[in-house]
Write a protein that binds this ligand. Structure first.
Ligand SMILES: *Cc1c(COP(=O)(O)O)cnc(C)c1O
Length: 435
């Protein structure tokens, strides 16, 4: 029998949504200093990733005209939210904001940052090795025929439940790479369609996310012209996600939202394998230290990161505790968390909460109605953290802090969802409410 603490194991197995507050013992700056030494990753690496993305901006605005408005930067707006009106929760005070990554251009999800950064970093390295540009050279040169010919001899592959596949597939094929996406059984049909239309090879697997990743990894190993974006082990993905923190810092400054120990920022991040919420947490703790608190959200059927935190030395999956990893939140349908990400955020995450699928649809419908925002079920998980601070089991100190915080909900995907699919979500919400 797995050795999780009994009361939490019971809640997990009965799929009762709850908040686990981390007993995080060290101040963020101390933890970050240790990570810089032990893992060799710090603020410099985040800034370098941001600089690479900026150097590609002119080329990206040629490849994706929709980026023209933002000079080739893939960024999302910070939006105000009236939480009480949207969700009918009277108990809440404090400012609420949405970081609208569901509307990130090019890929339509949070995966645009990490996935696109990793493809661009690989393309840059490849071009330098083959003498097409110098390290500081103009990335516009990499839209040339010579570069396309070079990239066309190489494959970029990835395993995904959908959104990472979209992000990697769209970017890699736009540069001229052969792109191969291994999709798990959770992947929605429209995501596969969208990729096939762009000439991406989509390979469908009967297994779960980990099986799709393993199949992709094995395939890529057989071919020395194949580069595998390893969602379970990628530092570049992680750093690409972390760049969001630098961008958010500027947006909060512009909006004149104070972030300090007296006015903390509570951030709610839907979590799958951990890379996106982990990278963002890593970035935010560098920017705001202990004035930011980061909470991960996971479906009750797939609480992979929470199980990892609770299982101590021995990594366990959600299957090990009798859960089935079946959820409509396809972006979060992961049974086992990334060990790399866990090792990087173990002492940074402030808490993890679980959410029921029926609530995801309720939130999705409420946002559609009150804010005309179209998000996918995975994104809804962000909004379900706030009510957890009313739970009897939530530590009083955290409740008090939540009372004076600004709450930021990170919507992670949705703007590419086809209208028929969005209508299906709304019907599902209506059905869930009647029960
Ligand atoms: C992938 C994804 C996440 C979580 O990212 P991980 O890196 O898998 O933890 C959250 N929301 C959506 C919509 C996603 O596609």
């Amino acid at each position: 029998m797995p050795s999780l603490p009994t009361d939490q194991l019971m809640l997990l197995r009965q799929k009762i949504p709850f908040l686990w507050a981390s007993p995080r013992r060290h101040p963020a700056p101390e933890t970050l200093a240790a990570l810089r030494i032990e893992q060799g990753m710090g603020m410099r690496d985040i800034e370098d990733a941001d600089a690479l993305l900026c150097s590609w901006a002119p080329a990206l605005s040629v490849l994706f005209p929709e980026l023209g408005n933002n000079h080739g930067l893939i960024e999302s707006p910070l939006l105000p939210l009236d939480y009480r009106t949207a969700f009918g929760d009277e108990s809440l005070a404090g400012t609420c904001l949405i970081k609208a990554d569901h509307a990130l251009p090019v890929a339509g999800s949070i995966k645009a940052r990490g996935g696109i950064y990793e493809v661009l970093a690989y393309a840059t390295d490849l071009a330098i090795v083959h003498g097409l540009i110098r390290p500081e050279g103009d990335k516009l040169d990499l839209l040339s025929k010579a570069a396309k010919d070079l990239f066309g001899k190489h494959t970029v592959a990835v395993g995904s439940t959908g959104n990472l596949g979209l992000s990697i597939g769209i970017m890699a094929s736009a540069l001229g790479f052969r792109a191969v996406v291994h999709m798990s059984r959770d992947a929605k049909e429209w995501k596969k369609e969208r990729l096939r239309k762009r000439g991406v090879v989509v390979i469908e697997h009967e297994g779960d996310y980990a099986a799709a990743v393993a199949a992709g990894r094995a395939e890529a190993l057989k071919d020395d012209h194949s580069y595998f974006v390893d969602d379970e082990n990628s530092r570049n993905l992680f750093l690409g996600y972390a760049v969001a923190a630098l961008r958010l810092r500027n947006q909060l400054e512009e909006a004149e939202v104070p972030v300090s120990i007296e006015h903390p920022l509570f951030v709610y991040l839907p979590c799958g394998v951990g890379g996106a919420p982990g990278g963002i947490t890593f970035g935010l703790k560098h920017v705001f230290g202990d004035a930011v608190r980061c909470f991960f959200a996971e479906p009750t059927a797939s609480p992979a990161m929470l199980v990892r935190f609770l299982s101590g030395r021995e990594p366990l999956s959600v299957y090990d505790i009798g859960l089935d990893n079946v959820t409509e939140a396809d972006g979060l349908a992961v049974a086992q968390a990334s060990e790399l990400v866990y090792s990087l955020v173990r002492d940074l995450v402030d808490g993890i909460y679980t959410v029921a699928d029926a609530d995801l649809f309720r939130i999705l419908a409420a946002l559609d109605k009150h804010s005309a925002l179209q998000i996918e079920p995975s994104s809804s998980a962000a909004f379900l953290g706030l009510p957890r601070f009313h739970d009897a089991r939530c530590p009083q100190a955290l409740k008090d802090e939540a009372g004076r915080a600004t709450h930021l909900f990170w919507t992670t995907g949705g703007s590419f969802v086809p209208p028929e699919e969005h209508q299906r979500f709304l019907r599902q919400a209506a059905t869930a409410c009647r029960h």
